[in-house]
Design a protein around this ligand. Structure first.
Ligand SMILES: [Zn+2]
Length: 157
């Protein structure tokens, strides 16, 4: 059986925070505000995987009230989600994601992100497709006050 799940995440951006995205650090003057490392791409992928597996959402498994996840690398969330999928006999066929961020340019960082995400999920980088969009200068994302990510995951099992 083929199953699919969708994920979405948004984080505010603040000066002096590290920009962690897709499991890697990207040099930039602002970064996400969040309980964990605020990796919106990893969070959207995590939600897509949990959704496809019928396992609720990231907040259920990794509540931001839990001190275990304070400052946690979001790759840990993906590794844990991978275990949950394996326990249910589900395998990841493919992930597609969009990051919506005004700056910086993400294309040059995508190969490293795909490698880091694939390693955490136990799949090949070729099973992950990443895309970047700006918000054309409109709204919170366009003004550089926030960033968002959307993902879809296809599972077999
Ligand atoms: Zn998040």
């Amino acid at each position: 059986m083929t199953r699919s799940g969708i994920g979405y995440d948004l984080h505010r951006l603040a000066q002096g925070r590290k920009l962690v995205l897709g499991g890697i650090e990207v040099a930039f003057e602002k970064g996400p505000v969040g309980h964990s490392d605020g990796d919106a791409l990893a969070h959207a992928i995590c939600d897509a995987l949990l959704g496809g597996a019928g396992l609720d959402d990231i907040g259920t498994h990794f509540p931001d009230t839990d001190p275990r996840w304070k400052g946690a690398s979001s790759l840990v969330f993906l590794e844990h989600t991978r275990k949950l999928l394996e326990e249910r006999g589900l395998s990841i066929s493919h992930i597609d994601a969009v990051v919506i961020l005004e700056r910086p340019k993400l294309g040059p960082h995508f190969p490293a992100m795909r490698t880091a995400l694939a390693k955490a999920l136990g799949i090949e980088p070729a099973q992950i497709n990443l895309k970047a969009k700006t918000n054309e200068g409109v709204g919170e994302i366009g003004r550089g006050e926030a960033m968002a990510a959307q993902a879809i995951a296809t599972l077999e099992g």
